[in-house]
Design a protein around this ligand. Structure first.
Ligand code: AMP
Length: 527
């Protein structure tokens, strides 16, 4: 054991040295040195990772290969989907893409989040057909509130052409529905009059949207009003966009928390989680798009980067294998050697091999490695939290409430320490207020505790080292404020995903300011 720990410690020390070293090479290029100090091909810009899953924003070197791969993956996923769902190629998608003002390095190279760099690249501008309801001027509007409003307005005006509603990660889709709840009367009034609201001040965005709006259309405005006025918003996506054949966004890992909400709003049209990608590299696609979102695997594309895998099975000793030698059922962390200077770079994602497509391995996304809760001996991973959450949402199912957002932290400021979950809840009926039933909420706390692993359950009792699990219900809109907080630190609006666990004091302060009620598990015996 001691040997293993020593080995792991030295491995992680070496990795840290490599990373620090890499960072100084990246900084030297950002400051104007030639890119051949790390890459054969010129570095044309830097990609800003979202920083919300790993906690820290990173800048990663990139060149055209990255955007070519991205364009290839996007084209491939469309082909795969159209193979499984008839008639989608002719329709359009309401796509919630967002950008923000780009920045540059001291040497003048652009620094942008990956999706945004792609949206600004020629690969996007010169795409063969515009399959989105929004004009590019909306997507490139740096004011995200104006962009969200215009995406919804254009999407509703073109509702007859819409076959899918999509975003990069599920959080943006849930955000769009919340936004629509607050703005549908104004959107309908714009559609009725043919005049875009004055607060849409981005001129190119405004002109492009005015063009799409054409003259007023009171028939369409009436129809949308009728749907939005209904008490329940169950199935609102498919009621407003009646030809929707699928919803598309990443729904695995931390985004899995949004599956029940999207099922509620979409009347169970297929939820497709199309690909697995990052600012470091594209990984692969979901070749079985109609499978349940809980069963998604991604088939790796061996040409995207050179992939090797660090075995992450319990008790493993840092064994590294290449793509051809991974074993079904085993857990791995991918190490990336890409075409823009990363060498055996640790991704921090844990994947499990679920099968093969021809000879290419397929991986299930399991969790972010560093997203864990722990107050004592126990370790509760992102996957454990999601499992517990699935059980708790079954308790909520019979209530009038929907869980719209969630995050957590290990509170060790008091003895014993305990897990704190922040929940944003919403009434299923749009005009109802959230009524919290103490019994239901305490049951949710207990159900989550019962779902955690054996170590947690054994040491969690009245006088033991883990205190009662707590749910703090926060005001509606809190998770949006949390996103704005992360975006103010540099996170990408298109790539944003709510972290499953938080330890930043500032981020926790955003949540604490909005706490409405607290509930504690009332279990006192070992579970
Ligand atoms: P970023 O570079 O900021 O876009 O973040 C990339 C990270 O997002 C990856 O390392 C994963 O942790 C996560 N991610 C990307 N795609 C997926 C997916 N399909 N399912 C789960 N997590 C994903």
């Amino acid at each position: 054991m001691a040997n293993l720990n020593q080995k792991q410690a030295s491995q992680s020390h070496n990795m840290r040295l490599v990373l620090d070293c890499l960072l100084c090479y990246i900084q030297r290029i950002a400051n104007g040195e030639p890119s051949d100090i790390i890459s054969g091909k010129p570095i044309t810009g830097f990609l800003l990772s979202s920083g919300t899953s790993g906690g820290k924003l990173k800048i990663l070197p990139a060149n055209n290969k990255f955007f070519e791969d991205m364009a290839f993956i996007f084209a491939l996923r469309s082909v795969i989907i159209s193979k499984h769902i008839e008639g989608v190629q002719k329709g359009k998608a309401v796509m919630f893409y967002f950008t923000k003002a780009p920045s540059t390095t001291p040497s003048g190279l652009p620094v942008c989040p990956a999706i945004m760099s792609y949206l600004l690249s020629d690969n996007f501008k010169n795409r063969p057909a515009n399959c989105f309801t929004s004009p590019d001027e909306v997507t490139s509007c740096p004011d995200n509130k104006q962009a969200m409003y215009c995406h919804l307005l254009c999407g509703l005006v073109k509702r007859d052409e819409v076959v899918s509603v999509a975003a990069v990660f599920a959080f943006s889709l849930v955000g769009a529905i919340n936004f629509l709840e607050n703005y549908w009367t104004e959107i309908c009034s714009n559609i009725r009059s043919g005049h875009v609201s004055e607060w849409i001040t981005d001129l190119s965005c405004r002109d492009a949207v005015t063009n799409i709006l054409g003259g007023g259309n009171s028939k369409l405005a009436d129809l949308i009003e009728e749907e939005c006025q209904k008490e329940s918003w169950k199935g609102i996506i498919t009621r407003l966009w009646h030809k929707t054949k699928y919803i598309q966004c990443a729904l695995t890992g931390q985004s899995a928390q949004y599956i029940p909400m999207l099922e509620f709003y979409s009347n169970n049209v297929p939820l497709i989680s199309p690909n697995y990608a990052s600012s470091e590299t594209m990984f692969g696609v979901n070749v079985n798009p109609l499978c349940k979102p809980q069963n998604v695997s991604y088939t790796f594309m061996p040409t995207m980067s050179y992939f090797v895998f660090l075995l992450a099975d319990e008790g493993s000793e840092g064994e590294i294998v290449d793509l051809a030698n991974v074993k079904i059922g085993s857990y791995y962390e991918p190490l990336i050697t890409n075409y823009s200077g990363l060498h055996r770079y640790r991704m921090g994602d844990i994947l499990q091999v679920s099968g093969f497509y021809n000879n290419s391995p397929q991986f299930r996304f399991v969790r972010r490695k560093n997203m864990v809760l722990s107050v004592n001996l126990e370790v509760t991973t992102e996957e454990d939290i999601l499992k517990a959450l699935n059980h708790a949402t079954l308790v909520l199912k019979n209530s009038d409430l929907l869980l719209m957002g969630l995050t957590s932290y290990s509170d060790i400021s008091t003895l014993p320490g305990h897990y704190v979950f922040y929940w944003e809840l919403k009434a299923k009926n749009i005009n109802d207020t959230v009524k919290l039933d103490n019994k239901v909420m305490v049951k949710c706390c207990c159900t989550m505790e019962e779902s955690f692993n054996e170590v947690y359950r054994k040491i969690r009792n009245r006088d033991g080292p883990i205190g009662a699990l707590e749910i703090r219900v926060v005001r509606q809109g809190t998770f949006n404020s949390l996103m704005e907080f992360f975006i103010s630190l540099g996170a990408s609006p298109s790539q944003y995903k709510t972290p499953m666990c938080i330890n930043s004091t500032e981020a926790l302060a955003v949540l604490e300011q909005n706490v409405l009620a607290r509930f504690l598990s009332d279990r006192s015996q070992p579970l």
